[in-house]
Design a protein around this ligand. Structure first.
Ligand code: ZN
Length: 170
């Protein structure tokens, strides 16, 4: 039986007590399985992992974003599974003058990239992206903003109901 010394608990154990690790000198991790488990279940470790995940999501995760034209009420609202990529995709197509939203494209052509601000409005789990996007567009419309892609919600039952409710209140 091949033995290996664990640098954490300082015990010598059979190599099947170690996880395989391709970067290890002998093809095994430096710590034994139980040390690894112990380490990875520690509250500090879990907290650190959560923080990393949150940070990663903030940059790359799914959610709702807006692209607004500075100094105006004009705003485009969108959803994406990968916010960082989506930002690039929007500005990439705007630059090439092939963006699907003509109003946004026209303003981009008039004012240039620096006139727009891309903002992550909310991180949202994948299953709720559609719903949240509509909700956000509706919210902006009700606030009196000029939403570039308001067409997206014009047929939505949700919007009609909300607007009806608003009328009733007034
Ligand atoms: Zn160990």
């Amino acid at each position: 039986m091949v033995m290996k010394y664990c640098t954490r608990c300082q015990l010598t154990k059979a190599t099947n007590e170690f996880y395989k690790w391709k970067y290890g000198k002998d093809g095994f991790a430096d710590w034994c399985k139980s040390c690894k488990k112990d380490h990875c279940s520690a509250p500090e470790y879990l907290a650190k992992q959560r923080k990393h995940k949150k940070k990663w999501r903030k940059v790359n995760g799914s959610g709702i974003y807006s692209i607004s034209l500075k100094g105006t009420d004009k705003v485009y609202v969108g959803k994406s599974k990968s916010l960082k990529e989506r930002k690039g995709a929007h500005f990439g197509t705007l630059k090439r003058n092939i963006h699907h939203n003509l109003d946004l494209q026209n303003d981009y052509n008039d004012y240039g990239k620096s006139a727009f601000v891309f903002e992550v409005l909310e991180q949202v789990e994948l299953s709720k992206l559609d719903e949240k996007e509509v909700e956000c567009i509706v919210k902006y419309i009700l606030e009196g903003k000029d939403v570039y892609n308001k067409k997206l919600v014009l047929d939505a039952k949700y919007l009609r109901k909300l607007l009806d409710d608003q009328k009733r209140i007034k």
